[in-house]
Design a protein around this ligand. Structure first.
Ligand code: ATP
Ligand code: MG
Ligand code: MG
Length: 548
């Protein structure tokens, strides 16, 4: 795996290693198991794993499972699979829930030191009394409870004596701090909920700002990398590590999260799409999830290259989704064999070709990668071409098929359109054409030239196939108003076509990828393909106006 381009976090790590501030680099990727991973998470995964790797360090996969209400074992499983598929091996598999007892003891330590107290105010009152950037907060009337009373109440919180929301444990820091995060933040809340790992052992759960620094410190994480929203939380992070008297001192560094055009990048919204059945599950090929991209036909290499190339910045920006497409196109260029597929079939009969005869023509599998060799493709009297490769009233400069015109069939012969056969209501049933045997591909024929080359498949041999073409699920970037999210769903995000592919694809397996001549890269759908009907998802079209 290639090295990370220089970035500000890498420079910090390099300096820490050079000065001996850290002996061995330890990073972590800390997902909350409340949904599937998306392309934004991939950026964080690549950064954490590749950074540690570069300095011979280690990376933990840690589940930040501190909110039982939203978490589930299904997500744990899916996240592990996605990280592995991206090509990364974690050093330790960790769960925040394994530290619940230690966290509880550290919270008791804070109480003993007079640095935390049990508060009976409602969540709403706490918010109201927190103040604003220009106004100091008000102290809670419970702020000066004795250590003994706090220890007792906290223990009874744990035992389940109080209802959800009746009490919280708060840090005692500074209600006048210019940093709102330091105005006695909540450390623990009560939630009588079944946890997917600890069951009903606990009914109090630590808040992110308390749990995360402890998790990092317990695991000996040296560089705790998170997104920019947490920059203002860093003083609290350091406060928790210090006041809880942790042996290790992890440091938090923030980088800009990935935003991408036409892409929903919030687990909550993605879950809504799944729950409301707007998509076919978390791995729907239109989803920006890792599992959706995999099912669509993306490769781990393409995603890793993308993550590396977008870089690591200190200010937010939005990446053009065509950049992601660019990297999968680049990756598949030399890997995917090129074959012919007809997405919208139109029958062609070669009237001067003998009936009951098939000949086999040589076709190269990838002109840009000769190592992929050749294949034989059948040619006989009846073929399919694309409907839009024929026009009854061609505009100027239309070089494909029209009555009287001659085109080249890729890998085969020139054909000329002689007759258009229609049904009673005037729609085209088939074309009658003639071929010229002298023009066989590879024969060196030069007597006359044609301007158009079209693709085709042999009707007698071709396999029926379904093609799924995708457009963005939503039409604009995120950050739009919340209510409008579902109303911005693109009704044309999925187009399903029935057509044909070359008979060579009979043995295609799920996730096999092909470049269909003129149509783009396609990948066999792992869920929908049945033995008699392969379903191909379009990974990406061939060309884009995008350039790096
Ligand atoms: P979401 O907002 O989509 O729910 P999250 O941050 O709540 O994401 P977590 O499971 O907590 O989801 O994220 C795990 C890690 O992935 C965190 O370190 C987080 O900073 C990082 N991450 C999440 N979204 C992005 C993104 N868009 N770009 C880069 N990193 C991200
Ligand atoms: Mg989070
Ligand atoms: Mg979230």
């Amino acid at each position: 795996q290639g090295s990370v381009a220089s970035n500000f976090i890498k420079n910090i790590v390099a300096e820490d290693v050079r000065t001996g501030k850290v002996a061995a680099v330890v990073t972590r990727f800390p997902p909350e198991p409340n949904g599937y991973l998306h392309i934004g998470h991939a950026k964080s995964i690549c950064l954490n794993f590749e950074l540690a790797d570069e300095f011979n360090g280690k990376t933990n996969l840690r589940f930040d499972d501190t909110n039982p209400l939203k978490e589930d074992a299904e997500y744990v499983q899916a996240i592990k699979e996605d990280v592995k598929w991206l090509g990364f091996d974690w050093d330790r598999l960790c769960f925040a829930s394994d530290y619940f007892e230690e966290m509880y003891q550290r919270a008791r330590l804070l109480i003993t030191k007079g640095k935390a107290y049990v508060c009976d105010l409602s969540a709403e009152r706490i918010r109201e009394m927190r103040g604003t950037l220009t106004q100091p907060g008000q102290e809670s009337p419970y702020r000066n409870r004795s250590v003994e009373e706090n220890l007792d109440l906290f223990e009874r919180m744990r035992k389940g004596e109080f209802a959800d929301g009746a009490k919280v444990l708060r840090a005692k820091i500074d209600m006048a701090s210019p940093n709102l995060n330091l105005r006695d933040p909540v450390l623990y809340r009560i939630a009588h909920a079944e946890h997917h790992r600890t069951g009903d052992a606990w009914c109090i759960y630590p808040m992110y700002d308390f749990a995360h620094p402890l998790e990092d410190a317990i695991e000996g994480v040296t560089h705790s990398i998170c997104t920019l929203e947490f920059e203002d939380h860093r003083p609290l992070y350091d406060w928790v590590v210090r006041e809880c008297e942790m042996e290790n001192t992890p440091r938090q560094y923030e980088f800009a999260r990935l935003n991408m055009t036409n892409t929903v990048m919030s687990k909550r919204k993605l879950k809504q799409l799944v729950d409301e059945r707007i998509v076919d599950g978390w791995d729907d090929p239109r989803m920006p999830t890792i599992s959706g991209l995999r099912r669509k036909g993306y490769t781990p290499e393409a995603i890793r290259t993308f993550a590396r190339e977008i870089g690591v910045a200190k200010s937010n920006s939005t990446v053009d989704e065509r950049m992601l497409e660019h990297f999968v196109r680049e990756d598949l260029k030399l890997k995917a064999p090129r074959t012919m597929a007809i997405l919208r079939p139109l029958k062609v009969v070669i009237t001067n070709y003998p009936e009951n005869q098939t000949e086999w023509l040589e076709a190269e599998n990838n002109p840009e990668n000769p190592e992929m060799g050749n294949r034989s493709i059948p040619f006989s009297r009846e073929l399919y071409i694309e409907q839009d490769d024929f026009l009854e009233d061609p505009p100027p400069k239309y070089f494909r098929l029209f009555l009287g015109n001659e085109v080249r069939l890729k890998h085969a012969y020139f054909i000329r359109c002689e007759e258009v056969i229609k049904d009673a209501d005037g729609s085209i049933i088939e074309l009658h054409c003639t071929y010229d045997p002298k023009t066989k591909s590879g024969s060196g024929f030069t007597e006359r030239k044609v301007k158009g080359t079209i693709h085709w498949v042999d009707a007698a041999h071709a396999l029926k196939a379904e093609f799924r073409l995708f457009e963005p699920l939503v039409n604009e970037t995120e950050n739009e108003s919340e209510e409008s999210f579902l109303s911005r769903i693109n009704p044309h995000s999925l187009e399903i076509l029935q057509g044909y592919v070359e008979e060579n694809l009979r043995t295609a397996q799920p996730y096999d990828k092909f470049q269909f001549f003129r149509h783009g890269y396609f990948s066999v759908d792992p869920k929908r393909s049945e033995s008699d009907l392969a379903v191909f998802n379009r990974v990406v079209s061939l060309k884009s106006s995008f350039s790096l």
